[in-house]
Design a protein around this ligand. Sequence first.
Ligand code: FES
Length: 100
Amino acid sequence: MARENIGPVENFPPNKGICVEIGGKRIAVFNTTGQFYAIDDTCPHVGGSFSDGTMHGSTVTCPLHGAEADVRTGMCTPPAPGPVGTYEVVSDGVSLFLDA
Ligand code: FES
């Protein structure tokens, strides 16, 4: 596991998902009003992009068929068949770093 600088904190506005690609893997980064979380971007149902979904608190809704993922835990509701991976995001106050 490597810690990657994924850019300035201001690139990750509140209540919005941003997709970053690390080592060929698409990871969705979320800012829940100051707390940063990251999950696999690809919905385990049929591949919707969680970073394009709508956020409600710590939940993001898949834009394709409405599965909800908790960005803190990776747990998903149907029709997603299971959870997604989670990644630690840390900030030094200037940039964000992701362990992937
Ligand atoms: S692809 Fe996400 S709910 Fe279907």
